[in-house]
Design a binder for this molecule. Sequence first.
Ligand code: ADP
Length: 426
Amino acid sequence: MTPPPRPPSLRREIVLWYSVVLVVGLAAFAALSYVILARTLARAGTASLRQSALTAEQLIIPAHIPRVTVEERQVAPGKGDVEALLRRSRLPNGDVLDIYVARSGDVEGRALRTFLVISLILIPVTAAGAAWGGRTLADRILRPLDRLVTATREIGIGALSRRVEVPDRPAELQELSLAVNGMLERLERAVDALRRFTADASHELRTPLTAIQGSAQVALARERPPEELRETLEEVLEETRWMLGLVEGLLTLARGEEAQESVGAGRVELLPLLEDVREIGAALAAGKPVEVRLEAAAPVAIRGEERPLRQLFLNLVSNAVKFTDAGSVTLRVGAPVREEGGARVEVSVRDTGAGIPPEDLPRVFDRFYRGDEARARAGGTGLGLAIVRMIAERHGGSVRVESVPGSGSTFIVRLPVATPGEPVAE
Ligand code: ADP
């Protein structure tokens, strides 16, 4: 495929237009000046001719003798650039005095010719000067742009930490450079996140894969009784299940982070959804002295999507049940509160379990963060709370945690309420 022809450069356009506009403008100005000058000179010449005829008449006929009629007319000029005038005065006694005056248009012609010559020299000289000036100006304006183009070309995916130079002037190019740098920064962050994501995921998957490989190698090393082989397969199944959970979690996070816009503005009735979650929580807690409760003052609807919201509360409740050996897990829906940008409601999931040490609190929402060894027994992937935060944020909400080690944790989710007409507490 042949590349499309290069469009005309801005530099050429600036120089061309600058010169064309100047030449046309100057030519129009010169032509107009020429016409006005020619007319003015001709009029002044005629006026001086008339004055000469009058003066001559007054010299011949004294002023006290009245004129019956005075007429003036142009007469056909002689050869060359000559203007001639006849002044005919009739006297009371019937005498007629004809005065002929004439003037040469030479001076006038010479003045006009000089004007023409000067214009014809000055216009191209000025146009050439303008072209040169335009080029210099364009060069000065476009030099930073050239540098920007070169710098942008040099920045590849591996050098996203580089930034283009921000020129002091002109303002437009300064803005463009700042915008390019802003874009580079966002790209750098996105690529970094992607790299970390890939590195973390590979790291997390390596352990179970090594375990599976080890189990298989040991099983194959020599003849084994069927019960032993069965045990090995169960271990493999367990690891595979864990990996599937991890991959599903990663996919959920990746899809959520990829989505550009926030979730759709559907209406999700919160209480039936939480009642479902409570029932699942109670099933998970079966066999433990843990009661799972739901407390809500009034029905409330959330602006968002049902499936992710269900997952959010399921993650919180299953964690609460997982980390609570005895006591209760309480889902509580607060009263909606009016805020700037619409009403919000807080839903808390409180447990009476192990709690989270204060130093871990800032990290619990991080991807792959799992508490200490004692908790790791629970076999989580460390993605549950990262997914909770992602879903809350995609709904325009937030999540936070409060915890007292030994007495329990409370996760508080803030979400936007759906109907603006909803009765809200001030
Ligand atoms: P996991 O799959 O390991 O549960 P999460 O992201 O859901 O991953 O949780 C991250 C860590 O936060 C857990 O490993 C645990 O240490 C801590 N955690 C989460 N919820 C609770 C809770 N209700 N009580 C105590 N610790 C919790």
